[in-house]
Design a protein around this ligand. Sequence first.
Ligand SMILES: [Cu+2]
Length: 410
Amino acid sequence: MLKTIKKFLGLLGLGACCLMLAPSGAAAHGEKALEPFIRMRTIQWYDVQWSREKLNVNDELVITGKFHVAEDWPRGVPKPDATYLNVSSPGPVFIRTERYLNGQSSVSSAALKLGGDYDFKIVLKARLPGRYHLHPFFNLHDAGAVMGPGHWFEVAGDPATFTNQVKTLNGDMIDMESYGLANGVAWHAFWIALGSAWLLWWVRRPLFLPRYKMLQLGQENALITPLDRKIAVLMLAGVPLFVFGAQAMTDRQYPNAIPLQAGMDQIEPLPAAVNGLVKLKVQRAEFNVPARSLTIVAQIHNASDQPLQIGEFATANVRFLNPGVGPSREGDKDTLIAPQGMSLDSADPIQPGETRTVRITATDSLWQRERLDGLIRDADSRLGGLLFLYDANGQRHIASVSTAIIPTFN
Ligand SMILES: [Cu+2]
């Protein structure tokens, strides 16, 4: 039995070493690390925009965008009952000053509704000079972070000029960069000193083995002196007294203190932006692995009063465009675009009231570069995304796509 366990542990160790040695590309900050089915079928970002890309310290950056919460949420991922919209950055290089979900100011976590549509606005202020890649992202409780599209920003200027003044509810102006800093350092220093002194007091004595020996020989009385007892009693009574005393003083000094908020914002989704006048039913979807090509055969019903053309398929921040349909992409610096990535079996617009079966192909090496082709090895090989359709006036309709995928290898 013991032998079997040892063998098992040995194999486990070997496995861990192999995993550590296995070659893997470095992903910037985990954009591609999450399983494809989570990136494609949870938060579906679109229309993400940045107000500017070159800033000075203290300048404001506004990130806006929209997302659709997939109705075909993966079974293996906890439902989005506690989520937090944030911006990923390499350290505290910006501060976040405002955040809105569907126009409502929101500072807490929020519960999202499956199939719901939301727009967001995040206001940041540049703090440290440098060149940074930022993404809006959602922290999903128990599932991880789902990244939105990323963008490079350049911050110039002098970090010493950064200001972060806040007016408290009492009307005091405080500087958030230094407020309470001395107090925090003093408390840490005090506890580190007291804790180290207490440890040193005992560590300088005979430790484990000599102590054990003395115990065996019946000399335990020599191990603890009367002075030790006095100091121990002092610690036992003194530390709680000190803590309660300091707490009472703080309470008197700041009578109107508000605890850190742990509530949940309740935010209603927007009236259906996705799946409004265009209904889509997937009949078959294949992913050709060597060709990095997805083919979807879908029945699309156009309930709008204008002929519609399919212009884009977006999944996990990768966008496959049908050239010539939809708004011009000139000057668009999005790196995850396949400008010629989409082709259709028929270029004819879908007429108002028509239901047509369309064959949509999305081909690009981005499937592999963004590690979305790993989908076929998931236990849940389903794909999700958004299909964008446009009428002649540029009016956009969005349909969500969700389907099981059949892989092909030639
Ligand atoms: Cu990035």
